[in-house]
Ligand binder design. Structure first.
Ligand code: DQA
Length: 145
């Protein structure tokens, strides 16, 4: 089995650090990548962090993960709350899936309280800021140990 973890990010997460910093904080996706790479290395894992604003691209990457990635960490952004296609793709993936949200979606608008991806995720982290990604990476390490 591959030792690669895919860290997939949906729409607008390329703007982390610039977008609504009072909600999403000051760290960028590059900072997230560095933090996750460090944790992954401690577990003998590697990471590939990807971001797209396009639903189909995310579905393609999830399909690519089949047989290629040992686990998926995903923050689907707004597609969390809308995308049956992303859920279906994750259901066809055999490894562990961890869902991350930078903000505490449960304290926000009611439309953010529902997550299609949570129907598949083995664990969910929300409201831990960008630190949530490294925490998910730690959990992925112990799940795969
Ligand atoms: C988010 C929460 C979503 O509701 C929102 O659409 C995002 C980011 C988060 O990380 O807190 O784009 O997934």
């Amino acid at each position: 089995m591959s030792n690669l973890i895919y860290i997939l990010n949906g729409p607008n997460l390329n703007l982390l650090g610039q977008r609504e910093p009072e909600i999403y904080g000051a760290e960028t996706l590059a900072d997230v990548e560095a933090a996750c790479a460090e944790v992954a290395q401690g577990f003998g894992l590697g990471i590939e962090l990807m971001q797209s604003n396009h639903e189909g691209r995310l579905v393609d990457w999830i399909q690519d993960a089949r047989g290629a990635a040992a686990g998926i960490i995903i923050n689907p952004g707004a597609f969390t709350h809308t995308s049956v296609a992303i859920l279906d793709a994750l259901n066809a993936y055999e490894g562990p899936v961890l869902e991350v949200h930078v903000s505490n979606v449960h304290r926000r608008e009611p439309f953010r309280h529902k997550s299609y991806v949570s129907l598949r995720a083995d664990g969910v982290i929300a409201g831990f800021g960008t630190e949530g990604y490294a925490l998910a990476m730690r959990r992925m390490g112990s799940l795969l140990a």
